[in-house]
Ligand binder design. Structure first.
Ligand code: FAD
Length: 362
Protein backbone atom coordinates (compact mmCIF):
# COMPACT_ATOMS: atom_id res chain seq x y z
CA UNK A 1 0.00 0.00 0.00
CA UNK A 2 1.46 3.31 -1.14
CA UNK A 3 0.29 6.11 1.17
CA UNK A 4 0.86 9.81 0.59
CA UNK A 5 0.38 12.23 3.45
CA UNK A 6 -0.11 15.91 2.66
CA UNK A 7 1.18 17.77 5.72
CA UNK A 8 4.03 16.86 8.04
CA UNK A 9 2.96 18.39 11.34
CA UNK A 10 2.74 16.14 14.37
CA UNK A 11 -0.51 14.59 13.10
CA UNK A 12 0.74 13.77 9.58
CA UNK A 13 4.12 12.48 10.80
CA UNK A 14 2.63 10.27 13.52
CA UNK A 15 0.07 8.86 11.07
CA UNK A 16 2.87 8.09 8.61
CA UNK A 17 4.95 6.27 11.22
CA UNK A 18 2.07 4.17 12.56
CA UNK A 19 1.04 3.25 8.98
CA UNK A 20 4.63 2.15 8.28
CA UNK A 21 4.55 -0.13 11.30
CA UNK A 22 1.62 -1.91 9.60
CA UNK A 23 3.61 -2.38 6.41
CA UNK A 24 2.67 0.68 4.32
CA UNK A 25 5.12 2.58 2.12
CA UNK A 26 4.73 6.28 3.02
CA UNK A 27 5.61 9.61 1.46
CA UNK A 28 5.04 12.74 3.54
CA UNK A 29 4.82 15.94 1.49
CA UNK A 30 5.32 19.26 3.28
CA UNK A 31 7.21 22.42 2.22
CA UNK A 32 8.50 22.86 5.80
CA UNK A 33 7.78 19.79 7.97
CA UNK A 34 6.86 20.42 11.62
CA UNK A 35 7.23 24.19 11.25
CA UNK A 36 3.70 25.38 12.03
CA UNK A 37 1.40 24.74 15.04
CA UNK A 38 3.39 21.63 15.98
CA UNK A 39 6.58 23.70 16.18
CA UNK A 40 5.33 26.40 18.51
CA UNK A 41 3.03 24.20 20.63
CA UNK A 42 3.79 23.90 24.34
CA UNK A 43 3.12 20.17 24.29
CA UNK A 44 1.26 20.31 27.55
CA UNK A 45 -0.32 16.93 28.38
CA UNK A 46 -2.65 17.93 31.20
CA UNK A 47 -4.98 15.66 33.17
CA UNK A 48 -7.93 17.27 31.36
CA UNK A 49 -9.24 20.68 30.45
CA UNK A 50 -12.51 22.58 30.29
CA UNK A 51 -12.90 21.66 26.61
CA UNK A 52 -13.71 18.12 27.72
CA UNK A 53 -16.54 19.02 30.08
CA UNK A 54 -19.82 17.83 28.59
CA UNK A 55 -18.05 16.42 25.51
CA UNK A 56 -18.50 12.70 26.01
CA UNK A 57 -16.98 11.58 22.71
CA UNK A 58 -14.01 13.93 22.93
CA UNK A 59 -13.40 12.80 26.47
CA UNK A 60 -13.26 9.14 25.40
CA UNK A 61 -10.84 10.01 22.61
CA UNK A 62 -8.73 12.08 24.96
CA UNK A 63 -8.59 9.38 27.64
CA UNK A 64 -7.62 6.79 25.03
CA UNK A 65 -4.77 9.02 23.85
CA UNK A 66 -3.60 9.68 27.40
CA UNK A 67 -3.52 5.93 27.96
CA UNK A 68 -1.59 5.31 24.74
CA UNK A 69 1.07 7.98 25.32
CA UNK A 70 3.60 5.97 27.35
CA UNK A 71 3.71 3.02 24.94
CA UNK A 72 3.64 5.32 21.89
CA UNK A 73 6.67 7.15 23.26
CA UNK A 74 8.45 3.96 24.31
CA UNK A 75 8.15 2.57 20.77
CA UNK A 76 9.26 5.85 19.23
CA UNK A 77 12.26 6.05 21.52
CA UNK A 78 13.64 2.96 19.81
CA UNK A 79 14.49 5.49 17.07
CA UNK A 80 15.23 8.73 18.97
CA UNK A 81 14.38 10.55 22.22
CA UNK A 82 10.81 11.85 22.22
CA UNK A 83 11.04 14.63 24.84
CA UNK A 84 8.31 13.16 27.07
CA UNK A 85 7.99 13.71 30.80
CA UNK A 86 5.32 12.27 33.03
CA UNK A 87 6.35 13.59 36.40
CA UNK A 88 3.21 15.50 37.31
CA UNK A 89 1.14 18.58 36.50
CA UNK A 90 0.40 21.18 39.16
CA UNK A 91 -2.75 23.29 38.82
CA UNK A 92 -2.29 26.26 41.15
CA UNK A 93 -5.07 28.65 42.20
CA UNK A 94 -4.20 32.33 42.65
CA UNK A 95 -7.70 33.59 43.55
CA UNK A 96 -10.87 32.33 45.22
CA UNK A 97 -12.66 31.58 41.95
CA UNK A 98 -9.72 29.45 40.89
CA UNK A 99 -10.15 27.34 44.03
CA UNK A 100 -13.67 26.48 42.84
CA UNK A 101 -12.22 25.59 39.46
CA UNK A 102 -9.87 23.18 41.24
CA UNK A 103 -12.85 21.56 43.04
CA UNK A 104 -14.49 21.02 39.70
CA UNK A 105 -11.29 19.75 38.10
CA UNK A 106 -10.70 17.34 40.99
CA UNK A 107 -14.24 15.92 40.77
CA UNK A 108 -13.84 15.57 37.00
CA UNK A 109 -10.52 13.73 37.34
CA UNK A 110 -11.84 11.43 40.05
CA UNK A 111 -14.81 10.54 37.82
CA UNK A 112 -12.28 9.50 35.15
CA UNK A 113 -9.94 7.62 37.45
CA UNK A 114 -7.18 10.21 36.92
CA UNK A 115 -5.16 10.58 40.11
CA UNK A 116 -5.36 14.02 41.72
CA UNK A 117 -4.00 15.19 45.04
CA UNK A 118 -5.29 18.39 46.68
CA UNK A 119 -2.55 20.65 48.05
CA UNK A 120 -2.54 23.54 50.49
CA UNK A 121 -0.54 26.77 50.02
CA UNK A 122 2.57 25.42 51.79
CA UNK A 123 2.63 22.25 49.73
CA UNK A 124 2.35 24.32 46.52
CA UNK A 125 5.24 26.50 47.65
CA UNK A 126 7.34 23.43 48.42
CA UNK A 127 6.62 21.85 45.07
CA UNK A 128 7.09 25.00 42.98
CA UNK A 129 9.21 27.43 45.09
CA UNK A 130 9.44 29.95 42.23
CA UNK A 131 5.67 30.54 42.31
CA UNK A 132 4.06 33.55 43.98
CA UNK A 133 1.97 32.39 46.99
CA UNK A 134 -0.90 30.24 45.72
CA UNK A 135 -4.17 29.65 47.62
CA UNK A 136 -4.08 25.95 46.85
CA UNK A 137 -3.33 23.42 44.18
CA UNK A 138 -4.12 20.12 42.56
CA UNK A 139 -1.29 17.76 41.71
CA UNK A 140 -1.85 15.17 38.99
CA UNK A 141 1.15 12.89 39.37
CA UNK A 142 0.55 10.76 36.25
CA UNK A 143 0.44 13.60 33.71
CA UNK A 144 3.10 15.86 32.19
CA UNK A 145 4.26 17.24 28.85
CA UNK A 146 6.14 16.45 25.68
CA UNK A 147 8.43 18.74 23.72
CA UNK A 148 6.75 18.79 20.29
CA UNK A 149 10.00 19.81 18.58
CA UNK A 150 11.76 16.74 19.96
CA UNK A 151 8.71 14.55 19.29
CA UNK A 152 8.42 15.59 15.63
CA UNK A 153 12.19 15.20 15.12
CA UNK A 154 11.89 11.65 16.49
CA UNK A 155 8.96 10.92 14.19
CA UNK A 156 10.94 12.12 11.18
CA UNK A 157 13.89 9.93 12.17
CA UNK A 158 11.58 6.95 12.61
CA UNK A 159 9.87 7.49 9.24
CA UNK A 160 13.18 7.78 7.37
CA UNK A 161 14.74 4.84 9.26
CA UNK A 162 11.83 2.69 8.13
CA UNK A 163 12.32 3.69 4.48
CA UNK A 164 9.70 6.45 4.25
CA UNK A 165 10.26 9.63 2.23
CA UNK A 166 9.71 13.24 3.26
CA UNK A 167 9.33 15.53 0.24
CA UNK A 168 9.75 19.27 0.86
CA UNK A 169 7.04 20.54 -1.49
CA UNK A 170 3.47 21.85 -1.24
CA UNK A 171 0.53 19.79 -2.47
CA UNK A 172 -1.56 22.14 -4.60
CA UNK A 173 -4.27 19.80 -5.83
CA UNK A 174 -5.42 16.23 -6.12
CA UNK A 175 -5.84 14.77 -9.58
CA UNK A 176 -7.42 11.30 -9.40
CA UNK A 177 -4.93 9.09 -7.54
CA UNK A 178 -2.07 11.61 -7.68
CA UNK A 179 -1.01 14.61 -5.59
CA UNK A 180 0.09 17.54 -7.76
CA UNK A 181 2.96 19.53 -6.23
CA UNK A 182 3.84 23.21 -6.50
CA UNK A 183 6.65 22.44 -8.97
CA UNK A 184 4.22 20.55 -11.24
CA UNK A 185 5.48 17.06 -10.26
CA UNK A 186 2.89 14.43 -9.44
CA UNK A 187 3.09 11.78 -6.73
CA UNK A 188 0.79 8.79 -7.24
CA UNK A 189 -0.92 7.16 -4.28
CA UNK A 190 -3.14 4.23 -3.38
CA UNK A 191 -4.43 6.24 -0.43
CA UNK A 192 -4.01 9.87 0.53
CA UNK A 193 -4.20 11.49 3.95
CA UNK A 194 -4.93 15.22 4.14
CA UNK A 195 -3.16 16.42 7.29
CA UNK A 196 -2.24 20.00 6.45
CA UNK A 197 -3.61 21.61 9.63
CA UNK A 198 -5.64 24.76 8.93
CA UNK A 199 -4.50 24.67 5.29
CA UNK A 200 -6.10 21.26 4.63
CA UNK A 201 -9.24 22.50 2.85
CA UNK A 202 -7.17 24.75 0.59
CA UNK A 203 -5.82 21.76 -1.35
CA UNK A 204 -7.80 21.80 -4.59
CA UNK A 205 -9.31 19.17 -6.83
CA UNK A 206 -11.71 17.48 -4.42
CA UNK A 207 -15.50 17.57 -4.68
CA UNK A 208 -17.18 20.51 -2.96
CA UNK A 209 -17.95 19.69 0.67
CA UNK A 210 -15.70 16.60 0.78
CA UNK A 211 -13.34 18.35 3.17
CA UNK A 212 -14.70 20.65 5.90
CA UNK A 213 -13.14 24.06 6.29
CA UNK A 214 -10.47 24.13 8.98
CA UNK A 215 -10.22 27.62 10.42
CA UNK A 216 -7.02 29.09 11.87
CA UNK A 217 -7.05 30.09 15.55
CA UNK A 218 -3.95 32.11 16.28
CA UNK A 219 -1.87 31.44 19.38
CA UNK A 220 1.12 33.45 20.54
CA UNK A 221 3.53 31.76 22.92
CA UNK A 222 6.63 32.78 24.84
CA UNK A 223 9.85 30.89 25.56
CA UNK A 224 12.17 31.97 28.35
CA UNK A 225 15.36 30.24 29.44
CA UNK A 226 17.39 29.71 32.58
CA UNK A 227 20.04 27.34 33.80
CA UNK A 228 19.07 25.57 36.04
CA UNK A 229 15.32 25.45 35.21
CA UNK A 230 13.23 27.86 37.29
CA UNK A 231 10.22 25.55 37.60
CA UNK A 232 10.29 21.93 38.68
CA UNK A 233 7.24 20.63 36.93
CA UNK A 234 4.56 21.39 34.36
CA UNK A 235 1.93 23.74 35.73
CA UNK A 236 -1.18 25.76 35.03
CA UNK A 237 -1.66 28.99 36.94
CA UNK A 238 -5.35 29.79 37.40
CA UNK A 239 -6.47 33.34 38.09
CA UNK A 240 -9.07 35.85 36.87
CA UNK A 241 -11.02 33.13 35.10
CA UNK A 242 -8.17 32.05 32.87
CA UNK A 243 -5.33 29.60 32.90
CA UNK A 244 -1.71 30.27 31.97
CA UNK A 245 0.32 27.20 31.22
CA UNK A 246 3.95 26.94 32.21
CA UNK A 247 5.90 24.11 30.69
CA UNK A 248 9.51 23.74 31.86
CA UNK A 249 11.91 21.60 29.86
CA UNK A 250 14.83 19.81 31.47
CA UNK A 251 17.29 21.98 29.45
CA UNK A 252 16.03 25.15 31.19
CA UNK A 253 13.48 26.33 28.62
CA UNK A 254 10.22 27.61 30.09
CA UNK A 255 7.28 27.74 27.69
CA UNK A 256 4.52 30.18 28.63
CA UNK A 257 1.25 30.09 26.76
CA UNK A 258 -0.79 31.20 25.15
CA UNK A 259 -3.11 33.68 23.48
CA UNK A 260 -6.31 32.74 21.58
CA UNK A 261 -7.13 35.00 18.67
CA UNK A 262 -9.44 34.65 15.67
CA UNK A 263 -7.52 36.68 13.06
CA UNK A 264 -7.58 34.53 9.95
CA UNK A 265 -4.20 33.42 8.66
CA UNK A 266 -2.26 36.16 10.48
CA UNK A 267 0.87 34.69 12.10
CA UNK A 268 2.44 37.91 13.35
CA UNK A 269 3.98 38.16 16.78
CA UNK A 270 2.56 41.35 18.28
CA UNK A 271 3.71 43.72 21.00
CA UNK A 272 0.33 43.23 22.71
CA UNK A 273 0.63 39.43 22.71
CA UNK A 274 4.17 39.63 24.10
CA UNK A 275 3.17 42.14 26.78
CA UNK A 276 0.18 40.00 27.78
CA UNK A 277 2.24 36.84 28.36
CA UNK A 278 5.14 38.68 30.05
CA UNK A 279 2.71 40.39 32.43
CA UNK A 280 0.83 37.22 33.27
CA UNK A 281 3.94 35.13 33.87
CA UNK A 282 5.48 37.85 36.10
CA UNK A 283 2.34 37.80 38.28
CA UNK A 284 2.65 34.11 39.10
CA UNK A 285 6.42 33.60 38.76
CA UNK A 286 8.03 36.75 40.20
CA UNK A 287 11.54 35.69 39.12
CA UNK A 288 10.51 35.30 35.47
CA UNK A 289 11.71 38.81 34.64
CA UNK A 290 15.32 37.73 35.19
CA UNK A 291 15.15 34.87 32.72
CA UNK A 292 16.67 35.09 29.26
CA UNK A 293 14.09 35.97 26.60
CA UNK A 294 14.46 33.09 24.14
CA UNK A 295 11.58 33.20 21.62
CA UNK A 296 8.16 34.63 20.96
CA UNK A 297 6.20 32.76 18.29
CA UNK A 298 2.78 32.69 16.74
CA UNK A 299 1.04 29.92 14.86
CA UNK A 300 -2.41 28.68 13.92
CA UNK A 301 -4.41 26.00 15.70
CA UNK A 302 -6.56 24.02 13.26
CA UNK A 303 -10.24 24.42 14.23
CA UNK A 304 -12.96 22.37 12.49
CA UNK A 305 -16.56 23.66 12.14
CA UNK A 306 -17.49 21.98 15.47
CA UNK A 307 -14.03 22.44 17.03
CA UNK A 308 -13.57 18.66 17.18
CA UNK A 309 -10.94 16.61 15.38
CA UNK A 310 -11.64 15.22 11.94
CA UNK A 311 -10.25 11.70 11.57
CA UNK A 312 -11.05 9.12 8.89
CA UNK A 313 -12.32 8.62 5.33
CA UNK A 314 -13.85 11.44 3.28
CA UNK A 315 -16.56 10.96 0.65
CA UNK A 316 -13.80 10.80 -2.01
CA UNK A 317 -12.59 7.21 -2.47
CA UNK A 318 -9.11 6.62 -1.00
CA UNK A 319 -8.89 10.15 0.43
CA UNK A 320 -8.70 10.43 4.23
CA UNK A 321 -8.38 13.32 6.59
CA UNK A 322 -6.61 13.91 9.92
CA UNK A 323 -6.93 17.56 10.94
CA UNK A 324 -8.88 19.99 13.10
CA UNK A 325 -7.28 19.06 16.42
CA UNK A 326 -7.51 22.66 17.59
CA UNK A 327 -5.94 23.07 21.07
CA UNK A 328 -5.28 19.37 21.62
CA UNK A 329 -3.32 18.08 18.63
CA UNK A 330 -0.28 17.00 20.60
CA UNK A 331 -2.44 15.37 23.27
CA UNK A 332 -4.45 13.53 20.62
CA UNK A 333 -1.49 12.45 18.48
CA UNK A 334 -1.21 8.78 19.58
CA UNK A 335 -4.93 8.05 19.31
CA UNK A 336 -5.24 9.84 15.95
CA UNK A 337 -2.26 8.01 14.47
CA UNK A 338 -3.56 4.65 15.70
CA UNK A 339 -7.04 5.27 14.30
CA UNK A 340 -5.68 6.51 10.96
CA UNK A 341 -3.35 3.52 10.64
CA UNK A 342 -6.34 1.21 11.19
CA UNK A 343 -8.45 3.01 8.57
CA UNK A 344 -5.59 2.93 6.05
CA UNK A 345 -5.01 -0.76 6.71
CA UNK A 346 -8.71 -1.66 6.33
CA UNK A 347 -8.87 -2.94 9.88
CA UNK A 348 -11.55 -1.96 12.37
CA UNK A 349 -10.84 1.54 13.71
CA UNK A 350 -11.18 1.89 17.49
CA UNK A 351 -14.74 2.71 18.56
CA UNK A 352 -13.67 5.94 20.26
CA UNK A 353 -12.53 7.34 16.89
CA UNK A 354 -15.81 6.70 15.04
CA UNK A 355 -17.66 9.91 16.06
CA UNK A 356 -14.90 12.00 14.47
CA UNK A 357 -15.14 10.98 10.81
CA UNK A 358 -15.28 13.74 8.19
CA UNK A 359 -18.60 12.23 7.08
CA UNK A 360 -20.36 14.00 9.97
CA UNK A 361 -20.20 17.22 7.94
CA UNK A 362 -21.72 15.82 4.75
P1 FAD B 1 0.37 21.74 11.90
O1 FAD B 1 1.38 21.49 12.95
O2 FAD B 1 -0.09 23.12 11.66
O3 FAD B 1 0.94 21.08 10.58
C1 FAD B 1 0.37 21.28 9.32
C2 FAD B 1 1.48 21.07 8.29
O4 FAD B 1 0.91 21.11 6.99
C3 FAD B 1 2.55 22.15 8.34
O5 FAD B 1 3.82 21.56 8.54
C4 FAD B 1 2.45 22.82 6.96
O6 FAD B 1 3.72 23.22 6.44
C5 FAD B 1 1.82 21.72 6.12
N1 FAD B 1 1.09 22.18 4.95
C6 FAD B 1 0.26 23.25 4.84
N2 FAD B 1 -0.24 23.32 3.60
C7 FAD B 1 0.27 22.25 2.92
C8 FAD B 1 0.12 21.78 1.60
N3 FAD B 1 -0.68 22.39 0.71
N4 FAD B 1 0.82 20.68 1.22
C9 FAD B 1 1.62 20.02 2.11
N5 FAD B 1 1.78 20.42 3.38
C10 FAD B 1 1.12 21.53 3.77
N6 FAD B 1 -1.79 21.14 21.62
C11 FAD B 1 -1.60 20.33 22.70
O7 FAD B 1 -2.02 19.17 22.66
N7 FAD B 1 -0.96 20.79 23.84
C12 FAD B 1 -0.49 22.08 23.92
O8 FAD B 1 0.09 22.48 24.93
C13 FAD B 1 -0.68 22.95 22.81
N8 FAD B 1 -0.22 24.22 22.84
C14 FAD B 1 -0.37 25.02 21.74
C15 FAD B 1 0.11 26.33 21.78
C16 FAD B 1 0.00 27.15 20.65
C17 FAD B 1 0.49 28.56 20.72
C18 FAD B 1 -0.58 26.63 19.47
C19 FAD B 1 -0.65 27.48 18.22
C20 FAD B 1 -1.08 25.34 19.44
C21 FAD B 1 -1.01 24.53 20.56
N9 FAD B 1 -1.53 23.24 20.58
C22 FAD B 1 -1.35 22.42 21.66
C23 FAD B 1 -2.28 22.73 19.43
C24 FAD B 1 -1.40 21.85 18.56
O9 FAD B 1 -0.19 22.51 18.31
C25 FAD B 1 -2.12 21.55 17.24
O10 FAD B 1 -3.40 20.99 17.48
C26 FAD B 1 -1.29 20.53 16.42
O11 FAD B 1 0.05 20.95 16.31
C27 FAD B 1 -1.89 20.37 15.04
O12 FAD B 1 -1.02 19.57 14.30
P2 FAD B 1 -1.21 19.40 12.73
O13 FAD B 1 -0.17 18.44 12.30
O14 FAD B 1 -2.63 19.08 12.44
O15 FAD B 1 -0.99 20.87 12.13
Amino acid sequence: MNIVIAGGGVIGLATAWRAQLRGAAVTVIDPAPASKASHVSAGMLPPGNEQLYGQKDLLRLYMASRELYPSFVAELEEFAPAGYRRDGVLDAAFDEDALYTLDHQQAFQESQGVRAERLGPEECAKLQPAFAPALGGLLSPDDGAVDPRVLTAALRTAIESLGGTIVRRRVTRIDGHAAVLDDGDTVPFDRLVLAAGCWTHRIEGLADGAVPEIRPVKGQILRLHSNPPLLNLTARALSRGSSLYLVPRLDGELVVGATYEERGYDETVTAEGTRDLLTRVAEVVPGAGDLRFAEMNASLRPGSPDDLPVIGPTTVPDVYMAAGHFRMGVQLTPVTAEAMAAYLDDTEPPAHALPFTPLRFT
